[in-house]
Ligand binder design. Structure first.
Ligand code: UD1
Ligand code: UDP
Length: 368
């Protein structure tokens, strides 16, 4: 029997890896071992609880205010003994976080084949998003198997010279997760509070937006909301203290804006499904919202997820206060513009990505 080690550590990786963990654990030909780095702590643990995934190893690397060097070094050093003890036939990492980069590097150093899930996303601007664009390109270099969520992402890898027999277009496991969480009978008191209004669901956390851009983004939202009495905002605030400070400074004291703790993923998915529109700089939310038919204003200068833009659901606003404000006002005031974006589409898959990844991996490990 072949042994597969899954390595992840932040909230979005957990949301998208847990469906794969569950799929792989159901396969008789593979033993599945989970190592979390704990790059996130509370936000990771919540997702693990929701999907009932219990890690076999936990590096517990999160410390307050640590630098990217600290996280990278802690993951790299922490993984050594785990790789030594488990000696897996292959390891899987996800996406573009420091956990993914350091995890792939640790495996590479020990000649353990790496499979990259959510491979091939690119902005081709190494500063946007930062440091994620570097991380995912580096993980591509370090990986043997590349599970691309879309044909576009697969094509990026082929153009970069990755052999076609190592690229698998599978869909995104984010959609697998979404299939299990959204319910018609979902109720929540925060949604009751917003029931008489158009609900904007807001999130923000990108490192390159911290500071002046993020403060401007929040002011833009506040201005648009204060001018429109029928609009309310719910903002589950990321636990990065810099985000919390900016949110408090710019958004507190407005009766129609509520700052909340990070939400359980099942709650968050149901909030998305009930919202009027979503304003975010998140990556994962750009994948989930199109299949729910929710317009998303993406507060970034570039996105690695052009499929949602092409499908008409995502609009990249830039990060300047006026640009965000104008895009938001347009969507709130122009019904035709809103309707044009509020269309369900499935550019990120059909909810069966985990099965495809497990099938491909099973075959590859048998053959190699
Ligand atoms: C990380 C990823 C980013 C991903 C994001 C998802 C990197 C470089 N960045 O960014 O790609 O989009 O996660 O949210 O890998 N914190 C807590 N508790 C938690 C989580 C975070 O207190 O459960 C605080 C800690 O002070 C931590 C800080 O948030 O130091 C930042 O976390 P970190 O993982 O370093 O970076 P993110 O900005 O969350
Ligand atoms: N999410 C969540 N609770 C929240 C906000 C987001 O569970 O309060 C989920 C969201 O549905 C998506 C993932 O977390 O699956 C996105 O994480 P994040 O925005 O932190 O990271 P990114 O995707 O930008 O890397």
């Amino acid at each position: 029997m072949k042994k597969v080690l899954l390595i992840f550590g932040t909230r979005p990786e957990a949301v998208k890896m847990c469906p794969l963990v569950r799929e792989l654990k159901g396969r008789a030909d593979m033993k599945t071992v989970v190592c979390v780095t704990g790059q996130h702590r509370q936000m990771l643990d919540g997702v693990l609880r929701t999907f009932a995934v219990t890690p076999d190893h936990d590096l517990d690397v999160m410390r307050p205010d640590q630098s990217l060097e600290d996280v990278t070094a802690a993951v790299l050093l922490g993984l050594g003994p785990v790789l030594e003890a488990e000696a897996p036939d292959a390891a899987l990492v996800y996406g573009d976080t420091t956990t993914a980069f350091a995890g792939a590097l640790a495996c590479f150093y020990r000649h353990i084949p790496v499979g990259h899930v959510e491979a091939g996303l690119r902005t081709y601007d190494v500063d946007r998003p930062w440091p994620e664009e570097f991380n995912r390109r580096a993980v591509s270099l370090l990986s043997r198997y590349h599970f691309a969520p879309t044909q576009e992402a697969g094509d990026n890898l082929l153009r970069e010279g990755v052999p076609a027999e190592r690229v698998f277009v599978t869909g995104n496991t984010a959609i697998d997760a979404l299939r299990t969480t959204v319910r018609d009978d979902y109720v929540n008191k925060e949604l009751d509070w917003a029931a008489d209004s158009r609900l904007i669901l807001l999130t923000a956390h990108r490192r390159e937006n911290l500071g002046v851009p993020m403060e401007g983004m929040f002011r833009a939202v506040r201005r648009a909301v204060e001018e429109r009495p029928d609009v309310k905002v719910l903002f589950p605030v990321h636990l990065n203290p810099a985000v919390g400070r900016a949110a408090e400074e710019q958004l507190s004291g407005c009766g129609r804006i509520r700052l909340l703790a990070p939400m359980d993923v099942a709650d968050f998915h149901n909030f998305m499904a009930r919202s009027y529109l979503i304003v975010t700089d998140s990556g994962g939310i750009q994948e989930e919202a199109p299949s729910l038919g929710k317009p998303v204003l993406v507060m970034r200068d570039a996105t690695e997820r052009p499929e949602g833009v092409n499908a008409g659901t995502l609009l990249v606003t830039g990060t300047g206060e006026e640009a965000v404000y104008e895009a938001l006002c347009c969507l709130l005031d122009d019904q035709a513009a809103y309707r044009a974006m509020a269309r369900a589409s499935n550019p990120y898959g059909d909810g069966h990505a985990s099965e495809r990844i497990a099938d491909a991996l099973s075959r590859l490990l048998r053959e190699e």
